[in-house]
Design a protein around this ligand. Structure first.
Ligand code: ZN
Length: 136
């Protein structure tokens, strides 16, 4: 498995209403989509930087993964997402190399991507997501 690029960087924020204007006014980036991912108990906002996205994540439930992350660590970088061409194959290869997986098989993420997370205990503390575009 070799990632083609960094698909996005996920950043946990307390409030999209505060963070979106910051990215728009300070960096001059345009928020092109806001989407709720009910299953993950988050609302996401996206900005394009070259071929990489910034994904802001606001929790919709204190018991959800982002709610718990912010309570423990505060706002900040939450995960790094690599684009891969064959996600299931990538997961199998990664598992064979002894990396602990959070998701054994792909599931649906924001923007219709197929996604899966690797366990941060296996990735030097960086919660790492692999994602593939379903049409690829
Ligand atoms: Zn992500």
């Amino acid at each position: 498995m070799k990632p083609t690029h960094i698909e996005h960087i996920g950043i946990a924020v307390k409030s999209l209403d505060e963070a979106i204007p910051f990215y728009e006014n300070v960096f001059g980036l345009k928020c092109y989509a806001v989407e709720e991912v009910a299953e993950q108990k988050v609302k996401t906002a996206f900005f394009m930087v070259g071929q990489t996205k910034i994904e802001l994540l606001e929790s919709t439930d204190p018991e959800g993964p982002i709610g718990k992350f912010i309570e423990k660590k505060g706002e900040g970088i939450h995960h790094l997402a690599f684009a891969v061409e064959n996600l299931q194959e990538g997961l199998n290869e990664t598992a064979e190399k002894g990396v602990k997986l959070i998701d054994q098989s792909p599931r649906k993420g924001a923007e219709g991507l197929n996604i899966a997370f690797l366990h941060p205990k296996s990735t030097f503390g960086v919660l790492t997501e692999l994602c593939e575009h379903p049409e690829e």
